[in-house]
Write a protein that binds this ligand. Structure first.
Ligand code: FCB
Length: 398
């Protein structure tokens, strides 16, 4: 794999606090699940206690980096009230990663909010930006110099659309106007965090993780499908990048979706609809998402050509139907990364989603994204066959 600026390529996997830690009774998701009678996250995969075992496995599996998130709700249990024991917990997490010589990619905010902030209107309230700044200042003060890569906010647009447009996630609002407000506030929060981190650590590398779509018109001959594809690209790929211009040292690319776009009206999606890959007889994952690894290469190249910034694949993964499918997905995705590099894109790392099976938000525990299988009763960890395939890729010192 091509190495840039003398810094080796980062090979890792990603997790997020709420999805793996367990026992999080302070976040908005916890309250929401209980209120709605949904499958509860509960113990998650007990990563909160087992992080050392998990990181050791990652290391044994050939990885040299790890992406994880801190849970704001744990750290700041009430406005301005900081839990020293949680700070101490994350200190141990970071120490363990360092002792294993794993590079650290830290996400400051991955979908969940402290419930006290959700009670105040969450990201719709401009005050959330001020609270976020204070939390970022704290993390920078406590851990700043230990972090190799900073991801301020994970997938702001996914958070905003799922929570405020489609109404699938808390706070389950369906309003175009309110979604736009949330996107603007998240973009501003990112920019403020970018400044705070750089003021304290001028050399820091700071970005966000954006969920980029690979898009193509469903009917290539139909001009309105072309037009709908341009609209989808503007909304899903370009809009957030425009709002946050000038505050990226790198771009974090989360890639899951290839969409075939067709022109058709729907109140929440405007004139854009996506064809169902199942009906088109395409390869799909267990969740029914189209498996299209070459789209990762296309996305990387497009983003490189648009922004000329270093790129990290901060997430790419599959809820696989079989281990053969997951292994093939990983191999093909890495080939797509290499292809994009060959064509000039400066790609500096790849984080598979996820190190472990975990709690997949509104879909609960059914989806299996992990390189490592976790028994839901005993919490025993077992690396899957695909983890070994990925390990071979990671240790390939090209
Ligand atoms: C991404 C999220 C991540 C996980 C994967 C499957 O959009 O960032 O937490 O849920 O999807």
């Amino acid at each position: 794999m091509v190495k840039s600026n003398g810094v080796g390529f980062l090979w890792g996997s990603a997790t997020s606090a709420y999805q793996v830690e367990g026992g999080n009774i302070w976040s908005d998701w916890h309250f929401w699940e209980k209120q709605r009678g949904l499958e509860q996250c509960g113990q998650a995969v007990r990563h909160y206690e087992k992080f050392a075992e998990d990181f050791t496995l990652a290391k044994q599996l050939g990885q040299n980096a790890h992406r994880f998130s801190m849970e704001w709700a744990r750290i700041e249990t009430a406005p301005g009230q900081i839990s020293q024991s949680e700070i101490e917990h994350y200190r141990q997490v970071i120490k363990t990663l360092k002792s294993l010589n794993l590079k650290i990619c830290l996400t400051l905010h991955h979908f969940t909010l402290p419930q006290w902030l959700a009670n105040q209107g969450g990201w719709e309230n401009n005050q959330a930006i001020e609270y976020f700044k204070r939390y970022v200042q704290l993390v920078v003060k406590e851990f700043g110099s230990d972090i190799d890569l900073w991801v301020t906010i994970n997938e702001p647009l996914v958070l905003a659309t799922e929570g405020y447009l489609y109404g699938h996630w808390p706070p389950q609002i369906k309003s175009y106007r309110r979604m736009i407000k949330v996107v603007n506030n998240l973009a501003q929060a990112h920019q403020e965090a970018y400044k705070i981190i750089h003021e304290a650590l001028p050399q820091a590398r700071v970005g966000l993780a954006h969920n980029f779509f690979s898009l193509e018109p469903y009917r290539r001959w139909f001009i309105l499908d072309e037009w709908a594809t341009i609209r989808a690209d503007n909304f899903w790929n370009k809009w957030l990048m425009k709002l946050t211009t000038g505050s990226h040292d790198f771009i974090g690319v989360n890639y899951y979706f290839h969409q075939r776009v067709l022109f058709s009206f729907n109140w929440s999606r405007g004139f854009v609809a996506f064809a169902d890959p199942k009906k088109l007889n395409k390869e799909i994952s267990s969740l029914g998402w189209e498996v299209y690894p070459s789209g990762l290469g296309e996305v990387l190249l497009t983003i490189w050509q648009r922004y000329h910034l270093p790129l990290y694949v901060t997430e790419n993964g599959i809820d696989a139907q079989s281990e053969a499918q997951r292994a093939s997905f990983i191999t093909r995705s890495v080939a797509a990364v290499k292809q994009a590099q060959k064509q000039g894109a400066e790609v500096k790392g790849y984080f598979y989603w996820s190190l472990l099976d975990n709690f997949e938000w509104d879909k609960g525990y059914q989806p299996k994204f992990g390189l490592i299988e976790v028994d839901r009763k005993t919490f025993v960890r077992t690396p899957r066959e695909s983890a070994r395939v990925y390990a071979e890729i990671c240790s390939d010192k090209i």
